[in-house]
Write a protein that binds this ligand. Structure first.
Ligand SMILES: *Cc1c(COP(=O)(O)O)cnc(C)c1O
Length: 496
């Protein structure tokens, strides 16, 4: 039997708790994020794992980190999550184009990579509630830059014992993203636009979470909060799976030899996806470079360049809105680890971040970041990448993936590194139709996004995904918009 993995706060709240409790709570009471006390190594060889299905790889990885779930519980969660909601049996297929492998993480219900974790989180959470004898109704509180919201709504809609409230920046998501959310069915769902950006939404949600008075008041009414954001360890763990899966598929297909290292490029916003790759590496997947790709909100690029994290800058709205973020929450977990699992140090930096908007790590910590490479792509570079790759190979990618692809090209130019590379492809091009059509030089301002989707389908020969066609004429069920200062009031209204 492997050693049990326990979780504690990055900011040092006392006590360690098992995975199921960390998933139920979402965020630690001191505002920190739950982190594992050690990162277990894979038990089977990568060669053995290369023979397994996605579901079996998921079990092999998740059992090592979610050690208080029984085999039966985990397998139940996995089989209900990774089923025909995905439009391919492979769940996360690899497509080769223009000298790299695109790991397509968008074959789930809402056609963005958030489905990879959010299709299983409701099962992990309701199982955790059962295990821990929780009688309260669980209220999922989520801030979204566009994709998490819909994926969480789809996952939690009509799940007994849960309610879900999603806040999104009213003027910061694509029309298709907004339409996906405001048409969401389910009596337990609530979608609210805020006058503010994603960071405002995320900060507001964290504030509601960590208000002890509010928690008491809700407990008396039979509710408790949890989070579907990537601050929840139940989001992060399922995301490790597809890096193990991708590596072992390359191995199986003879594209790499045993133990050969690969590079991974991740279009990054909240730092959850790339942190999962970092954990995969620490579990034994041979990954050489973790290439962190940012859009014009390049706070992470600057951090990797200088060791200073500084959010004091203008927030830019780009055509990759799910990466329009200046406070990358999950970076806190990396900071904690490179400080030597030092919660006091982490709390100090996070205190500085909240009071001055910046902090600078030590040289010793920087020396532990040599596996990371930070890059960014401008809007023009992003659009050119979509067009170039499509013209050259016929492979079509969305704007977020194109940020990664563009950064990868610049990385190769700069370093000459020819290592086999996996690029995380995080959304279907049909989720960002207008931007993709503009990039191809086929934009048309007089047409709506659905008409453009028809044209994109004709141009690319790819069928419009069900996730888009089904919302075309769906009824709008949510139309509340509040000021960012009134988020708590909106929550209380919904629960009243
Ligand atoms: C959420 C998202 C990202 C950013 O992922 P993080 O885990 O927040 O870094 C990138 N692309 C798309 C399409 C997304 O939905």
């Amino acid at each position: 039997m492997a050693k049990e993995v326990l979780y504690s706060s990055t900011r040092g709240a006392k006590g360690q708790i098992p995975a199921s409790l960390a998933i139920l709570k979402g965020l630690a009471p001191d505002g920190g994020l739950y982190v594992p006390d050690h990162i277990p190594a894979l038990e089977k060889s990568l060669r053995e794992i290369s023979q397994m299905s996605y579901q079996d790889v998921a079990y092999e990885v998740m059992k090592l980190l979610l050690t208080d779930y029984t085999e039966e519980e985990l397998k139940y969660c996995i089989s209900h999550a990774y089923d025909s909601k995905f439009d391919t049996e492979e769940i996360a297929p690899l497509a080769e184009a223009d000298g790299a492998f695109y790991l397509e993480l968008y074959h789930g219900a809402t056609i963005a990579f958030k489905d990879m974790a959010l299709s299983i989180l409701p099962y992990l959470m309701t199982t955790a509630a059962k295990k821990n004898d929780v009688k309260n109704e669980i209220v999922i509180l989520t801030a979204t830059s566009g994709d998490t919201g819909k994926a969480a709504l789809a996952g939690f809609a009509d799940v007994p014992g849960t309610r879900i409230i999603v806040f999104y920046p009213k003027h910061g998501v694509s029309p298709i993203q907004e339409q996906q959310m405001v048409t969401q069915k389910g009596d337990n769902t609530c979608v609210i636009g805020i006058e503010g950006n994603f960071d405002d939404a995320q900060t507001g949600v964290k504030k509601i979470f960590t208000d002890p008075e509010l928690a008491k008041e809700l407990d008396a009414k039979g509710f408790q909060f949890s989070s579907a954001n990537s601050i929840n360890i139940g989001r992060l763990v399922p995301q490790i799976v597809y890096y193990v899966y991708a590596y072992t598929r390359l191995l199986k297909e003879g594209r790499i030899a045993d133990n050969e290292a690969i590079n991974v490029v991740v279009p990054t916003g909240n730092f959850g996806n790339i942190l999962a790759a970092y954990y995969a590496k620490n579990m034994g997947v041979p990954i050489a470079k973790l290439i962190c790709a940012s859009n014009s909100n390049k706070v992470l690029f600057d951090f990797f360049q200088t060791g200073e994290y500084d959010r004091n800058r203008d927030f830019v709205l780009t055509s990759s809105p799910s990466m329009d973020i200046l406070i990358s929450s999950n970076l806190e977990r990396l900071i904690y680890h490179i400080a030597g699992d030092n919660a006091a140090k982490d709390a100090e930096y996070m205190g500085q971040l909240s009071s001055t908007g910046k902090y600078e790590i030590t040289d010793e910590m920087r020396s532990k970041l040599t596996d990371f490479f930070g890059g960014f792509a401008t809007e023009e570079e992003t659009w050119a990448t979509i067009k170039n790759v499509f013209d050259k190979t016929g492979y079509l990618m969305d704007t977020h993936t194109a940020v990664a692809s563009s950064v990868y090209n610049k990385y190769v130019e700069e370093t000459g590194d020819k290592t086999v590379t996996v690029i995380a492809s995080t959304a279907s091009p049909f989720k960002f139709t207008r931007s993709v059509m503009n990039a191809l030089g086929k934009g048309d301002d007089s047409k709506d996004d659905f008409a453009l989707a028809d044209e994109l389908s004709a141009v690319s020969g790819v069928e419009i995904p069900e996730a888009v066609s089904s919302i075309r004429t769906a009824k709008i069920r949510h139309n509340t918009v509040v000021d960012k200062a009134d988020m708590q009031k909106a929550v209380m209204n919904f629960l009243a």
